[in-house]
Design a binder for this molecule. Structure first.
Ligand code: NAD
Length: 481
C-alpha cells in the first residue's frame, strides 16, 4: 500500500510499502531458503502492512558468509577516512529521507509521529554523523597503536525504537571496520528494510550490512553462528540471559542491553513544574515501552500528595490516539502480546493492593491501546514495583530521606537508569554516586545523545553503547595489527 502523510504541503511524505519483502544479503533483496514469511501489522489499526521473509539457519549462514567476505576483502582493509565517507553519506541520506522513515516507523510501531520525527529519526542520523567522525581517528584514541575490529558483528534488536536501535548498533560497528548481520524485531522490520534500500542508494559495498528478518529463532541462529565474532543484543533480560549462556565458552564477545525499572526521584525542593513534565516524559514517552523508562516515581513524602495531584491533572490533558496526528502524545502499544503483558501486570498491581488511577480518555476501538495509568500505595514487594511493565504505567512510592531514596531506588534486579529532581547540586552528585544505574539524569529524563555512553548494571546487562565507549566494544582490546 501507499501511505500519504501531509499535515501541511511542505511536510508531505509518501511511503510505498511493498506487499512482500525479502532478506537483504550481499547487497541484494533475496528470497528466504524456506519461503517462510511473517506479517507485520499497524498496531494502531491492526491492518496488515506487509509480508516479510523469515530467515532460517541457511539464510543466516549466507548472510554471515557475505559479511565475512566483505570484512576481509573490502571493509576491513579500507582506510578509516574512506569508511567515514560512507557513514557520512548514510547520515545525510537519513536526514534527507527523514519524513519517509518517520512515517514508516509510526505505521509499523504505533509511536506518535512527533516522537518519530523529533527523536527517533534525527537521533539515528546523529549516530551515523557522530561515528563517521571517529572512523579515521581510531589510531589516536587510546585503543592501542592499531586497533582491530572483531570481524563480523551479529546484532539483534527490539521493536521499541526500531531505527534508532539499528543506528546504535550499525554505526559504531561500521566505523571500526566490522561488518554486520542485523536481525530486526519481528513486529517492526520495515524501517530496517527501508534502511537497506538507503544503503544501496549510498552504494555501500555489498555484504557490509546484511539484514535478516524473522522472529526469535532467526535471532538465535545469528547468535549461534560460528562465523559471528561479536554479538550485540538489545531486548529482554530473559533472552539476554539465554544468549549469555549460549556464547559462554566460545570466543565471541558480547554486549547486552536489557531491561530496566528506573526510579525517578523527586525531592521536596525540586522545581515542581519541570519535574511533572519530566515524570510524564519519563514514563509516557513511547507509551512507556522504553528500557530506561522512569517507571517508578520515588517522591519525598512532604510533597507526595501535591506531586501526585498535579501529575494526574497533567495526565488528563494528554492526547491518546491516532499516532499519525502530530498533536498526539500517547500512541498505540506495539503488539497484542505486549498489551497482554501490560494488562496482566496491572491486574497483579490491583490484586496486591495498590490503588489504580486511569486517565479519562477515549481509546480507539481498533488497535492496541492502554490508557495512562498511575498506581499509588505501592510497596517495594509489589510486582509492579519490581518487574518491568514496559507500558504507560507509573508506580508511585515515597521516601523521607536521601538515604531511603537510594535504598529504594537500588532495590531492584535492574540498574539501567535513574532520575534526580532537586535544586541542590551537591545532592545530585552524592546521589549519582550511590545509585546503581548506568545513566543518571538530573532535572531531566530520557535524553539520548550519541556522545554519551549508555548501558546497565546488574540484570540490565553489560557493555556500553554510545560515545567512545561504544567503539571500544567493537574493537579487540589492546589489539595491534
Ligand atoms: P525480546 O528479548 O523478546 O526480543 C528482542 C529481540 O530478540 C527480537 O528481535 C527477538 O526476535 C529476538 N529474540 C527473541 N528470542 C531470541 C533468542 N532466543 N535468541 C536471539 N534473539 C532472540 O524482547 P521484546 O519483548 O521484544 O522487547 C522488550 C524488551 O527489550 C524489554 O524488556 C526492554 O527492557 C528491552 N529493551 C532494552 C533496551 C536497552 O537498551 N537496554 C532497549 C530496548 C528494549
Amino acid at each position: 500500500p501507499r501511505f500519504e502523510y501531509a499535515p501541511a504541503p511542505e511536510s508531505r511524505a509518501v511511503v510505498d510499502i511493498a506487499s512482500s519483502y525479502g532478506l537483504f544479503i550481499d547487497g541484494e533483496f533475496v528470497e528466504s531458503a524456506s519461503g517462510g514469511s511473517l506479517k507485520t501489522i499497524n498496531p494502531a489499526t491492526e491492518e496488515s502492512l506487509a509480508d516479510v521473509a523469515v530467515a532460517d539457519e541457511a539464510d543466516v549462514d549466507r548472510a554471515v558468509r557475505a559479511a565475512r567476505r566483505a570484512q576481509e576483502k573490502v571493509w576491513g582493509p579500507m582506510p578509516g577516512a574512506e569508511r567515514a565517507k560512507y557513514l557520512f553519506r548514510i547520515a545525510r541520506l537519513l536526514a534527507e529521507r527523514s519524513r519517509e522513515f518517520a512515517v514508516l516507523e509510526v505505521l509499523d510501531n504505533g509511536k506518535p509521529i512527533r516522537e518519530a520525527r523529533d527523536v527517533d529519526v534525527p537521533t539515528a542520523a546523529a549516530h551515523f554523523f557522530y561515528y563517521a567522525g571517529w572512523a579515521d581517528k581510531l589510531d589516536h584514541a587510546g585503543f592501542g597503536p592499531s586497533p582491530r575490529p572483531h570481524g563480523v558483528a551479529g546484532q539483534v534488536i527490539p521493536w521499541n525504537f526500531p531505527l534508532l536501535m539499528l543506528a546504535w548498533k550499525i554505526a559504531p560497528a561500521l566505523a571500526t571496520g566490522n561488518t554486520v548481520v542485523l536481525k530486526p524485531a519481528e513486529t517492526t522490520p520495515l524501517t530496517a528494510l527501508l534502511f537497506a534500500d538507503l544503503l544501496r542508494q549510498a552504494e555501500l559495498p555489498p555484504g557490509v550490512v546484511n539484514i535478516v528478518t524473522g522472529a526469535g529463532a532467526t535471532g538465535a541462529a545469528v547468535v549461534a553462528h560460528p562465523g559471528v565474532d561479536k554479538v550485540a543484543f538489545t531486548g529482554s533480560t530473559a533472552v539476554g540471559k539465554r544468549i549469555a549462556k549460549e556464547i559462554a565458552g566460545t570466543r565471541k564477545h558480547a554486549t547486552l542491553e536489557l531491561g530496566g525499572k528506573a526510579a525517578n526521584i523527586v525531592f521536596d525542593d525540586a522545581p515542581i513544574d519541570q519535574a511533572i513534565e519530566g515524570i510524564v516524559n519519563g514514563i509516557f514517552f513511547n507509551q512507556g515501552q522504553v528500557c530506561c523508562a522512569g517507571s517508578r516515581l520515588l517522591v519525598q513524602e512532604s510533597v507526595a500528595e501535591e506531586v501526585v495531584d498535579r501529575l494526574k491533572a497533567r495526565l488528563g490533558t494528554l492526547r491518546v490516539g491516532d499516532p499519525m496526528d502530530k498533536n498526539t502524545d500517547v500512541g498505540a502499544i506495539n503488539s497484542a502480546a505486549q498489551l497482554a503483558r501490560i494488562t496482566d501486570l496491572t491486574k497483579a498491581g490491583e490484586e496486591e493492593g495498590a490503588v489504580r488511577w486511569t486517565a479519562d480518555c477515549a481509546l480507539p476501538e481498533q488497535g492496541f491501546w492502554f490508557a495512562p495509568t498511575v498506581f499509588t500505595d505501592v510497596s517495594a514487594a509489589h510486582r509492579i514495583a519490581r518487574e518491568e511493565i514496559f507500558g504507560p504505567v507509573l508506580s508511585v512510592l515515597t521516601f523521607r530521606t536521601p538515604a531511603e531514596a537510594v535504598a529504594k531506588a537500588n532495590n531492584t534486579p535492574y540498574g539501567l537508569s535513574a532520575g534526580i529532581w532537586t535544586e541542590k547540586g551537591s545532592r545530585i552528585l552524592s546521589m549519582a554516586d550511590k545509585l546503581r544505574a548506568g545513566v543518571v539524569w538530573a532535572n531531566t529524563f530520557n535524553r539520548f545523545d550519541p556522545t554519551s555512553p549508555f548501558g546497565g548494571y546488574k540484570e540490565s546487562g553489560y557493555g556500553r553503547e554510545g560515545g567512545r565507549h561504544g567503539l571500544a566494544s567493537y574493537l579487540i582490546e589492546g589489539s595491534t595489527r
